[in-house]
Design a protein around this ligand. Structure first.
Ligand code: ZN
Length: 262
């Protein structure tokens, strides 16, 4: 009867399937790796990616920016200077522990093109990459090292709904990949929709934003060193509004880091 027979396999019979399994695994891994590269090349052929700074085609290993633009980014290197131009915007107005910007902003420059792609072309990859670069530069800075949490400068919920996202939140998400800190997204709310800032005078801008922010739970923030994150700082009026609102929190320390300063 077949059920009672003891089958004695020749050693070769057990070795061959083992060998086949090893070969298959290696071959399969190589095929998958090659297919991924071919897939990326094929995608690049039909859906070419372009540098967010100069619009030239990107290589497989380049992420949003070509190597030349990455090298030439107009970094401010303000972070360790307590009297840098960003920090000076708030002197005599609101208490800021430390403030800095990652890049200089110039019309038609790399920074403007990147921020335009982030904000108006909804290129989330640019936000993620910029946030990553910002955090890499700031996380070892002694003046910012004690930061406990990130607060993206909020948009009014209606504006965020229309745009579909908040660019500052995308920057914080990118920062978090290299410098993990809690993102306190709902601790600073924009409660009044401000009209467009660009054509207003300084005093006018300030009256426009001073009542715009609200802290729903001051106790949750007490004693923390929070880092406000925004895309661009120009006159600083929006940030002044944020810091004034945060002043109700006991023992809070507020710092600021933006992707660019104009
Ligand atoms: Zn480029």
């Amino acid at each position: 009867m077949l059920g009672n027979r003891v089958l004695n396999y020749h050693p070769v019979c057990t070795f061959i399937p083992k060998l086949m399994r090893i070969i298959n695994k290696r071959v399969l891994n190589e095929v998958v790796a090659n297919a991924t590269i071919w897939g990326a090349d094929l995608a690049a052929l039909f859906l070419p990616r372009h540098c967010a700074g100069c619009d030239t085609g990107l290589n497989r290993n380049e992420e949003c920016l070509c190597l030349a633009c990455l090298e030439d980014l107009p970094r401010t290197r303000y972070h360790e200077d307590p009297s840098n131009p960003v920090e000076q915007l708030f002197w005599g107005k609101v208490p800021i522990h430390a403030a800095s910007a990652f890049l200089h902003f110039a019309r038609s420059g790399v920074t403007q093109r990147m921020l335009h792609r982030l904000k108006y072309k909804k290129d989330h990859d640019v936000g993620s990459m910029l946030g990553g670069l910002m955090a890499t530069e700031l996380r070892d800075s002694p003046r910012f090292g004690s930061v406990d949490a990130f607060i993206p400068v909020p948009l009014h919920p209606k504006k965020e709904r229309i745009r579909g996202f908040n660019q500052s939140k995308l920057l914080v998400e990118g920062m978090n990949k290299v410098w993990p800190k809690p993102m306190l997204n709902d601790q600073l709310l924009r409660v009044v929709q401000t009209t467009t800032q660009t054509r207003r005078g300084r005093l006018d801008r300030w009256t426009n934003v001073k009542e715009a922010f609200h802290i729903p739970d001051p106790v949750a923030l007490q004693g923390l060193h929070v880092l406000l994150v925004d895309d661009v700082v120009t006159t600083g009026a929006t940030i002044e509004g944020c810091v004034k609102a945060l002043a109700v929190v006991p023992r809070i320390k507020v710092s600021l880091f933006t992707a660019a300063c104009a």
